[in-house]
Design a binder for this molecule. Sequence first.
Ligand code: ADP
Length: 224
Amino acid sequence: MLNVERISKEYPARSGTISVLRDCSFSLEKGESLAVLGPSGSGKSTLLSILGTLESPSGGALELDGIRPFGLGEKELAAFRREKIGFVFQDHHLLPQCNALENVLIPFLAEGRVSSSQSDFALELLEKVGLAERIDHRPGELSGGERQRVAIARALVRRPSLILADEPTGNLDRTTAASVTELLFSLLDSSWSLILATHDLSLAGKLKYQKEIDDGRLLDRAKG
Ligand code: ADP
C-alpha cells in the first residue's frame, strides 16, 4: 500500500548542493511498522516530511493506496494529506486552550462541525490511549506522556492509512517513552501502517522492520 521508489532529496548549499537522501526505496503493507534510525542530521525528518507530503522529493516517486500524491494539484494534495496521513511529532503540538477531547477533534473542527459519530470515535480513541478520565483536561493539566497519548489519538481520528511519528518520545523519560511506543504499537491494526523515526535502538526494536539512513541511503538494519 505504501511504495517508495528511489526518493532523493537535495538542498542548495553555498558550494553547490547537499544530498540528504539518495535513492531511498521500500514498501510497507498496512498493519506493518518500520523504524527509521540514524543519528541527528542523517535525514530522518527529511524523509518523514517527504513521506508526509509536506516536502517534495528532488527525485523518485511515492505511492500510497494507489495514489501518487506528488502528481496532484495543491488542493488535492492537501486533501490527500488530511485523509491519509496522521502525524505525531516530538513536541505534541496540542492547543493549550483546548481540552483533550477538543484537541483530538481538531482535524474535524478545522473543517467545520463535528458529527456525533466523529465525537464518539474521538472518545473511543481517548479510552484506548488510557485517557477516558482525562477528556476535559487541558494539556497544561496532563503529564508529558499523557499529552503524547492525546497526540496519538488525534493522529488516528481521521482513520489514516499511514502514521508518521518523528521522535515522538524524544522529550519523555525512558519509562514513559517505552510505554508510549508500546501504546502506538498496540494500536496498530490492519487499517494503517506506522513509520517511526528515532535514534533509540531499543524503541526501534519493537517495530517489525528497522532501516537506517547512512550517508543518505536507507539500508536494512539487522534486528538486535
Ligand atoms: P534528522 O531528522 O535525522 O536529524 P534532518 O532530516 O533534520 O535530520 O536533516 C538532515 C540534513 O538536511 C541536515 O544536514 C540538515 O541540515 C539538512 N536540511 C534539512 N532541512 C533543510 C533545508 N530546508 N535546507 C537545507 N538543508 C536542510
